[in-house]
Design a protein around this ligand. Structure first.
Ligand code: HEC
Ligand code: HEC
Length: 237
């Protein structure tokens, strides 16, 4: 049977999809209250919540299944998702589940370029349900103690810049904001923070929040190093 040419089965499917994401509506509304044009491919909106990203946010994640699914990721991100002091691989343990889902979906869609990881994030390797499972598993993991720190030579400058330009989103203690998809930056390896801050400034992180890009654009390399060093010393919650 069809209503206005739309198949009834499709309507039923749409309704069940709507129910699926019901639990996240407050979140979605918060995040969509101000649409920002992203810095990535073709002027799309920053973190537009649609398609697979929206679906993964609506699924209930399972920690045990997430632990199993994360095994293919450990070769790089390490057991316990500690990442590496060299900065090659970020620490994922303890990160907000929303942020993890956003980043995995953006990496998978190519909105954030990550050629090393892409083969492991393809749809035939990782299902949408597994993305939701991995996100809750990682969020619950303890943040490891041995994190890479910077040289400690310009911490006053770093502290000043952080308070002025970063704390509104990333939080006074670097705790981030799960509802707004602002990552926890405390407890991250210095060399990874440094690389990402350069990527963000130089337009190499396609999904970067445009309001953040605006502030980092004005930074010289020394400012970036000072603020990354300061962040690397914030005690994770
Ligand atoms: C071949 C190595 C490799 C594998 C395997 C891999 N990753 Fe990654 N991943 C990376 C690298 C490298 C980065 C950082 C890229 C950059 O510098 O922007 C990254 C970044 C990420 C980020 C973004 C973190 C942040 O703070 O923004 C998430 C989330 C992530 N990976 C999850 C996963 C998951 C889940 C899997 C398994 C399904 C996985 N990765 C498998 C190499 C890998
Ligand atoms: C308007 C909010 C906002 C402001 C202001 C902001 N950020 Fe961000 N930041 C974000 C968001 C959102 C992300 C996640 C990536 C994305 O989607 O852009 C992020 C990601 C990052 C990352 C990568 C973290 C990771 O796990 O991969 C670093 C490093 C970072 N920000 C540093 C800074 C620094 C340093 C400042 C101040 C100079 C700053 N940010 C200001 C919103 C902000």
């Amino acid at each position: 049977m069809s209503i206005h040419g739309i198949d009834r089965g499709k309507i039923v499917k749409r309704i069940s999809n709507a129910l699926l994401v019901l639990s996240l509506w407050p979140l979605v509304l918060l995040a969509q209250d101000r649409a920002l044009v992203g810095t990535g491919n073709g002027g799309q909106l920053w973190n537009e919540l649609k398609g697979e990203k929206l679906q993964a946010l609506g699924l209930k994640g399972d920690v045990a299944r997430g632990e199993e699914a994360f095994k293919i990721c450990q070769g790089c991100h390490r057991r316990g998702a500690t990442g590496s002091v060299s900065g090659a691989y970020p620490r994922l343990a303890g990160q907000h589940a929303t942020v993890l889902i956003e980043q995995i979906a953006d990496i998978r869609s190519g909105n954030r370029q990550n050629p090393k990881m892409e083969p492991f994030a393809e749809e035939h390797v990782l299902t949408t349900q597994e993305i939701a499972d991995i996100a809750v598993y990682l969020q619950a993991l303890p943040i490891p103690p041995n994190l890479g720190k910077g040289p400690g030579t310009a911490l006053d400058r770093g502290s000043e810049l952080y308070a002025k330009d970063c704390a509104t989103c990333h939080g006074n203690k670097g705790e981030g904001n799960a509802e707004k998809f602002f990552p926890m930056v405390a407890g991250q390896h210095f060399k990874y923070l440094l690389r990402e801050a350069h990527f963000i400034r130089d337009g190499n992180r396609g999904n970067a929040n445009p309001d953040m890009v605006k502030v980092i654009k004005a930074y010289g390399n020394e400012d970036i190093e000072a603020v990354a060093d300061y962040i690397s010393r914030l005690a994770p919650p």
